[in-house]
Ligand binder design. Structure first.
Ligand code: BV8
Ligand code: ZN
Length: 246
């Protein structure tokens, strides 16, 4: 286990900061993580409702799952961790990049702008056959299939979410940002899901000087050994005031 520190993270004038967040950063906003309740939703293993197979087999159940997630996200507020990252973005400008595995919109509501949702976004939908029609902003709650809108091509719309077995979004941009960051901060993720769990390894093993890598969360993630420093604690308590500009 790398050194856990109470220190501040000093950011120099030439540093480029890549931040990866997971469900843990939204925990203090009242949103359940994937590991909470044993990773179950309404008795279904999350991995079973968040797959293309589930969509083929029971699209009504999938829309009930994401409609509940939409209601939960609407009922929650960004926390101090979301706001601390938005403030860091303002201080660093284009030397800051935020990649989240979360599909909720709490980072944006916390003030973040330069952000990539590698696993999609809760309040967006698209054509299930990717016929080319644009991705839609969609706050709808669909409890039964006949409520689910149709695309102009006639196919059903699906959540604009990356399910298990599907390719994450914006990987080329993410890989470029990992290549050029000097510091990688990972906040509130168990390191159980790939390729996100590999980012810290990519930042350590890339050509040239390895990036400094920090983990912030209440417990060590599965990929803990790839971090140069672990800062144990809740994100909402540890992120505010953690950064010091040199
Ligand atoms: C892909 C959207 C090819 C859906 C999500 C076998 C071995 C290795 C990999 C695989 C394998 N079999 C299959 C795979 C690949 C698979 C995978 O990784 N499966 C796992 C289960 C083994 N991955 C895929 O299918 C991915 N696609 O690989 O395509 C490819 C590869 C490379 C390049 C191109 C293509 C697609 C995966 C995306 C699936 N969709 N989300 C939805 O949200 O409904 S993943 C979903 O689960 C989340 O987005 C997130 O990524 C993951 C949950 O993890 P966490 O966010 O870490 O949450 P978790 O609950 O686990 O942990 C919470 C953490 O918070 C804990 O550590 C806790 O300590 C901490 N915490 C708690 N409170 C706080 C806190 N931290 C801070 N503050 C607090 N207060
Ligand atoms: Zn269509």
């Amino acid at each position: 286990m790398p050194a856990s520190s109470q220190n501040k993270i000093r950011i120099g004038s030439h540093d480029r900061v890549f931040v990866l967040t997971g469900a843990g950063i939204s925990a203090e906003s009242g949103l359940k993580t994937f590991r909470d309740d044993g990773g179950l939703w309404a008795g279904h293993r999350v991995e079973t409702v968040a797959t293309p197979e589930a969509w083929e087999h029971d699209p009504e159940l999938v829309w009930q799952f994401y409609s509940q997630r939409r209601r939960d996200a609407t009922a929650s507020e960004p926390n101090a961790a979301h706001r601390a990252l938005a403030q860091l973005e303002k201080q660093l400008g284009e030397r800051f990049f935020l990649c989240t595995q979360n599909v909720d919109d709490l980072h944006e509501r916390g003030g973040s702008a330069n952000i990539v949702h590698m696993h999609g976004e809760l309040f967006k939908s698209r054509c299930e056959d990717d016929c080319g029609s644009p991705i839609l902003a969609d706050e709808g709650n669909y409890e039964s299939l006949d409520e689910v809108p149709r695309c102009k091509c006639g196919s059903r719309i699906r959540p604009h979410i990356v399910w298990f077995g599907e390719i994450p979004l914006e990987m080329p941009r993410i890989e470029k940002e990992i290549e050029r960051c000097t510091m990688l901060l990972v906040v509130g993720t168990s390191g159980a899901v790939y390729p996100a769990a590999s980012f810290v390894h990519w930042a350590r093993r890339r050509a040239g000087s390895p990036a400094q890598t920090f983990y912030i969360g209440p417990e060590a993630p599965l990929n803990v050994n790839a971090f140069t420093e672990v800062i144990l604690g809740k994100a909402g308590e540890r992120l505010p005031g953690l950064f010091e500009m040199e």
